[in-house]
Design a protein around this ligand. Structure first.
Ligand SMILES: [Zn+2]
Length: 563
């Protein structure tokens, strides 16, 4: 059996196309209401279905049943359009026929009625390749098209079309397909073709297809040939594509996070042995780190990766240590740049992975962070496989005893030194939970970056039946997200307020927030400085002697000024 999947699986109806729903709906509406434009332009990267869509539209226009949005696919017109030899549907590849004579020849008999069908359809692929003269010839026809003519133009590069042509076409942009859509489609194809596969392997193909169905199907052909119609495995795909599966990338990251240099190098070497390319491994690491960073900083950003998929790495640890992710990204990026300079690519890869492993600070795994036990009692970090990483495994064992391991981010601002030490676990009985003490609670919460900022801007409104209502000035409203509110709830949970619900309302007034408090303190500093200076006997003597004055606006914090 020979496979040319792209041909075999070429859609012949709108509902067989994947993605492009907006374009399809618009075309179907136009067909149903018989409000057809005389020229359509389909744009988008290669392999997303531009000419396929044009052919389907040609069938809709000329199907012998009727003008329809669901061509029968069985009449002789439909069949001949599918096979590409219908005399009323002219398919032209502009890339090979750029000269004006070619265009004239094509357009010469535009004025004559179609032979058998309703419309004469011109499908011009890669239309941007036409010469200026050819465009002018085309333009004349586009300006006054006979009623029986339809132009279906396709291009990857609409910028190169003259504005005069663009303005006479109805333009549809076809989007590149995302990886998961492609992967699902390819898996559907393989299931129908009764070919076994590992889903991870198909994900790799979907990645490599970069949005193009046709490219993906060609790779699938290649994979089927390589695997001799047996199962398509990740190992095969590593060999074929030089890339590795998401799962392997996650394992690699996890080993880097656990600072397990030996295992990192071993995995790197085995991947290279399997045929993975060093540049590609770093590229995939970069994409994963990028996805994590975006997801953490902008929770609404739909991350293509599940953080939980990386052992050692939960949403929380990643959130709290976002700067490490940026560090790893930077190292991988410079590693990628340096690979061509290294004696061999493999050395370049290994030194980059080692650098990431070495420069990575100690990762407090969840078990070290006391609050995480209450938060998710899911298996405390699997002792990452072959972990020979001594420090992490040691810490795994004794989570509950108060080990002097990393206390929750020691960022606690200075105002409440008295409370820092004694209790990462226990609730804090000594601070009353009320409006007056809200500032201190905010400082104790150990929240990730932007959530901390959000909390610092809130003021206490009321607390009743385990529902805490906070207020926030409306200019800070964009800081409110459900994830951040959850973070605050979780943090309060860990400090003893089990099951608390937090609500944040925006208000016109500035609430009495920690930020406000800090600003007031800041504003008072010059006054304090002035008072201190005015009490300074020596300075006063000096001022009297020289008839001097204090330059008040330049006064600073008394601790910092040197007199
Ligand atoms: Zn038909």
């Amino acid at each position: 059996m020979s496979y040319v999947l792209a041909r075999k699986w070429r859609p012949h109806r709108f509902d067989q196309l994947i993605g492009q729903t907006a374009t399809i709906t618009a075309l179907q509406n136009a067909l149903q209401q018989n409000r057809l434009h005389h020229a359509y332009l389909f744009t988008g990267t290669r392999g997303v279905g531009k000419t396929t869509l044009a052919r389907i539209l040609a069938m809709c226009l000329n199907c012998e049943t009727t003008l329809t949005d669901t061509p029968c696919g069985t009449c002789s017109t439909c069949l001949s359009i599918q096979k590409g030899h219908n005399i009323d549907v002219m398919e032209v590849d502009a890339a090979s026929r750029t000269k004006v004579e070619d265009t004239r020849e094509i357009l010469d008999n535009v004025q004559y009625s179609p032979n058998q069908s309703r419309f004469k359809v011109y499908i011009i692929d890669e239309v941007h390749m036409l010469s200026t003269h050819s465009f002018n010839a085309l333009l004349k026809t586009l300006e006054e098209p006979p009623a029986h003519v339809k132009f279906l133009l396709a291009t990857t590069d609409p910028q190169k079309l003259p504005a005069t042509v663009l303005s006479r076409c109805m333009q549809f942009h076809l989007e590149a397909l995302d990886t998961s859509t492609l992967s699902n489609y390819f898996q559907h194809v393989l299931t129908t073709e009764q070919i076994d596969f590992e889903p991870d392997a198909i994900d790799s193909i979907a990645h490599a297809a970069s949005g193009s169905v046709r490219d993906g199907l060609s790779l699938l052909d290649q994979a089927i040939a390589l695997c001799h119609e047996t199962s398509i495995t990740t190992a095969h795909m590593t060999q074929m594509l030089g890339s590795i599966s998401d799962k392997q990338i996650h394992t690699l990251l996890s080993l880097i996070l656990s600072k397990n240099a030996k295992a990192v190098i071993e995995l790197g070497q085995s991947l290279v042995r399997l045929g993975a390319q060093c540049q590609t491994i770093l590229k995939q690491l970069l994409s994963t780190l990028h996805a994590v960073a975006c997801h953490i900083s902008v929770p609404e950003f739909d991350s293509p990766i599940q953080l939980d998929a990386v052992p050692h790495w939960t949403e929380r640890t990643a959130t709290e240590h976002i700067e490490w992710i940026h560090l790893l990204y930077q190292i991988a990026l410079s590693g990628q740049r340096d690979i061509p300079l290294a004696p061999t690519p493999q050395q370049g890869l290994e030194i980059t992975l080692l650098r990431m492993t070495t420069l990575m600070p100690e990762m407090p795994t969840d078990t070290q962070l006391p609050w995480c036990q209450t938060q998710n009692s899911s298996p405390p970090n699997p002792p990452s496989k072959q972990t020979s990483a001594p420090q992490t495994s040691a810490q795994h064992t004794a989570p509950s005893t108060q080990t002097p391991t990393t206390p929750p981010p020691a960022k606690a601002p200075p105002i409440s030194q008295n409370t820092d030490q004694q209790d990462a676990h226990a609730p804090t009985p000594q601070i009353p939970f009320d409006a007056e003490h809200w500032h201190q609670w905010v400082q104790k919460l150990s929240l990730p970056g932007m959530t901390q900022s959000l909390a610092e801007h809130t003021g206490w409104h009321q607390y009743q039946d385990n529902e805490l209502t906070l207020t926030l000035h409306k200019k800070h409203q964009p800081l409110i997200t459900s994830t951040r509110i959850q973070h605050i709830e979780t943090a309060l949970n860990q400090l003893g307020h089990t099951g608390i619900r937090v609500h944040i309302h925006s208000s016109e007034d500035n609430p009495d927030s920690l930020q406000q408090h800090k600003q007031t303190l800041e504003a008072e500093k010059p006054k304090k400085a002035l008072a201190a200076l005015e009490e300074d006997q020596a300075l006063q003597t000096l001022l009297d002697a020289f008839d001097g004055k204090l330059n008040q606006p330049t006064l600073k914090d008394p601790q910092k000024t040197t007199t």
